[in-house]
Design a protein around this ligand. Structure first.
Ligand code: GLU
Length: 379
């Protein structure tokens, strides 16, 4: 969405970073939380707003009296304990602040594993819908206590992107401790704010690589990566200062502030969005160059003739990656056959499926309706 049409965004995910909710000493900043709550309540008139809020670790650390030693990050159990101690206070802070503006809040704690499962993803979506129908503001955070490495989203920028897919948001606003994306470290003289990013290029990712603050988990890199993924799903992302009064309303009014990442040309359906961003792949189907072209350039289904090999064990309907012999996966889809079956029919014509297997479900290994070409980035 161009800036001038941002007021039309009816479903918005607002991500608030730790740097926005804590002061320089790392203490919870109630004043800023109260001001943001007023602004969130205001923009939620006629819109559906989901909040993704960090700050549990910072609040918990404050409560538990954990000292912050510069340069030495806390270990994982310490962070998890801090998150567990801080999360109820984080919710209480948002709950109190939003209640003053007539808004009810609801806590939603998620992990990557929850959203990777189609069933749980759909359940989460139904819960969000009910809450939004009732006029509530869902407040999302990662379920840090149980989120061990393998199932962790890891940072709330990425989590906000996944939540956007779940609630079919058209806009994600990330509130942070800088004004937006700068063309170099904002502390350096002459650094300029990048206003509009039509496409996340390698250059944009490079300039985002360095910047960050010691109070945020992701810094700029995870924000820009999330914005790139969101663009591939047809979603606009904006970076804004979480300290500038009325920044949210001004952005929606089309004013020139912050950085706006334009969405890509295609809007992915919610199901394909899930497949591209949240689903966990159970295996890899390795294909030849012809099949890659047919899938990527012509939007065709994947047929057995193009399959070279299969990695992993998966069943019909499981999410699988599709990769060329050299290189990373370029597409993801729902398997039309199980891994063992595909191994037996790899390289064959569709007319031979029945002879070899003794039955045939479909002509396709992965049907085009169940397939999404990935934005093969530069991670
Ligand atoms: N879940 C963490 C917290 O609430 C924050 C993660 C992040 O900021 O990216 O403290």
């Amino acid at each position: 969405m161009p800036r001038s049409t941002l007021h039309r965004a009816k479903r918005i995910v607002v991500k608030v970073g730790t740097g926005t909710l804590t002061d320089r000493t790392g203490r919870f900043d109630r004043e800023n939380c109260a001001r943001l709550a007023a602004e969130l309540a205001e923009i939620s008139k006629g819109r559906r707003v989901v909040l993704v809020s960090s700050g549990a670790v910072a609040l918990g650390a404050e409560r538990l009296g954990l000292a912050r030693s510069k340069g030495r990050p806390w270990d994982i159990p310490t962070k998890q304990a801090a998150a567990a101690a801080g999360q109820p206070h984080l919710m209480a802070a948002w709950g109190d602040a939003l209640r003053r503006h007539g808004k009810v809040t609801a806590q939603v704690l998620l992990t990557a594993e929850d959203l990777a499962s189609r069933k749980r993803f759909l359940n989460a979506r139904r819960t969000f819908e009910k809450l939004l129908d009732a006029g509530a503001v869902p407040v999302v955070n990662e379920n840090d206590t149980v989120a061990v490495e393998e199932i962790k989203v890891g940072d709330n920028d990425t989590l906000a992107g996944l939540v956007a897919g779940c609630v079919e948001a058209n806009l994600v606003v990330m509130l942070t401790d800088v004004e937006g994306l700068y063309d170099r470290n904002p502390a350096e003289p002459g650094a300029r704010l990048v206003r509009d990013v039509p496409r996340v290029t390698a250059e944009i990712e490079r300039i985002a690589g360095g910047a960050g603050s010691d109070r945020s988990v992701g810094g700029m890199a995870t924000k820009v990566r999330a914005a790139r993924r969101l663009a591939a799903q047809g979603v606009t992302t904006a970076l804004l200062s979480g300290r500038r009064p009325r920044a949210l309303a001004a952005l929606l009014a089309g004013e020139q502030l912050g950085t706006v990442f334009a969405p890509g040309a295609h809007h992915l359906s919610s199901r394909k969005g899930w497949l591209a961003a949240a689903a966990k792949s159970r295996g890899v189907i390795v294909v030849d160059a012809g099949a890659r072209r047919a899938v990527v350039e012509q939007g065709r289904s994947l047929l057995p003739s193009g399959v070279r090999s299969v990695q992993g064990q998966f069943r019909v309907g499981d999410p699988v990656d599709i990769a060329a012999e050299t290189g990373r996966p370029f597409a993801r889809g729902l398997a039309g056959y199980g891994a063992e079956e595909i191994r037996r029919i790899a390289g064959l014509k569709t007319s031979e499926i029945e002879r070899v297997l003794g039955y045939k479900y479909l002509d396709e290994i992965v049907h085009r309706n169940d397939l999404v070409v990935l934005d093969v980035g530069r991670e």
